[in-house]
Design a protein around this ligand. Structure first.
Ligand code: SF4
Ligand code: SF4
Length: 281
């Protein structure tokens, strides 16, 4: 059994608290192979761009391999405070895989912070299990709460093997995400929202989105610029400028604390977050 590397306490997560960035690191464990929705900017042969940098493709580990990998990482990199599942697909498309990984980790590491990123469609049923395992941090990608906008960004979703498309899919995804956020907060879990900024589609909607998420008491919001990926519906859309991203964060900051230092790591990233110019707060 590994000894605890850092005590469980607030502000040890380098993504949720920029002040922890140079002191603590994270490891991403790529155990989530598949996905239950289609984002119009995603190609399935890459890591989930809702959290990770598109353009890389990470191999998938079994829960046992992931647990072993963490033990090795902790032996070699003692400043790691967070173990996370963030792809390469969605963490709750196959919740057993993610939960088994966290169970194996918790048995050996009672104090490490556990973190998971998801599109939120299938997280709800796992919230009691996440609480029991003391998973402290959940990120949900919410790109719109207007179904007309959502339908352009998410052509389909899959629930229990059935595919829903268009407005029906958008309504289903949005209502499920909002309910999941409320339940995660009620369970005492720290919630970050990732939002992919797609010029001409959702950018004008984002201050309104931030206001609504603020009402749900989310803890942090992370605007990610679209990376137009060849072979996707969004390949022809130019990425938002840095100025536009700064403006959006400014407009949203009265409602929700903003993340300025996300580096869109790979879903198997290890160590400190890379240095960025605009790491503040
Ligand atoms: Fe791709 Fe992630 Fe969207 Fe799934 S949730 S389609 S992996 S971007
Ligand atoms: Fe943190 Fe962003 Fe990297 Fe996730 S992708 S570990 S939120 S810096």
């Amino acid at each position: 059994m590994s000894s605890a590397i850092v005590p469980t306490q607030q502000k040890i997560h380098p993504c949720f608290y920029a002040g922890a960035k140079g002191k603590y690191g994270r490891v991403h464990l790529p155990v989530a192979a598949s996905c239950n929705i289609q984002c119009a900017y995603c190609r399935r042969d890459h890591d989930c761009p809702n959290e990770n940098r598109p353009g890389v493709c990470t191999g998938v580990l079994s829960p046992e391999e992931a647990s072993e990998r963490l033990e090795q990482v902790l032996r070699e990199t003692p400043h790691i405070s967070v173990a996370a599942v963030a792809g390469p697909g969605d963490a709750f498309c196959d919740p057993e895989c993610t939960l088994k990984t966290f169970e194996l980790i918790r048995r050996k590491n009672p104090d490490i912070a556990l973190c998971v990123s998801t599109n939120g469609l299938n997280v709800m049923g796992s919230i009691p299990h996440l609480s029991a395992l003391n998973v402290g941090y959940v990120t949900i990608t919410v790109n719109a709460i207007d179904p007309f906008i959502g339908a352009r960004l998410h052509p389909w979703i899959s629930i229990a093997g059935r595919i829903f498309r268009g407005m029906e899919a958008a309504h289903g995804l949005i209502s499920t995400q909002l309910e999941a956020i409320g339940r995660l907060k009620a369970a005492g879990i720290i919630v970050k929202i990732n939002t992919v900024v797609v010029p001409g589609i959702n950018e004008h909607h984002l201050p309104f989105l931030a206001k609504n998420l603020g009402n749900l008491q989310v803890d942090l919001m992370n605007f990610l610029p679209l990376i137009p990926l060849a072979g996707t519906e969004m390949a022809g859309i130019a990425a938002p400028s840095e100025e536009k991203m700064r403006w959006l964060r400014q407009r949203a900051s009265p409602y929700v604390r903003q993340m300025h230092h996300c580096t869109r790591c790979r879903s198997d990233a290890v160590g400190y977050l890379p240095i960025t110019q605009d790491a503040i707060s």
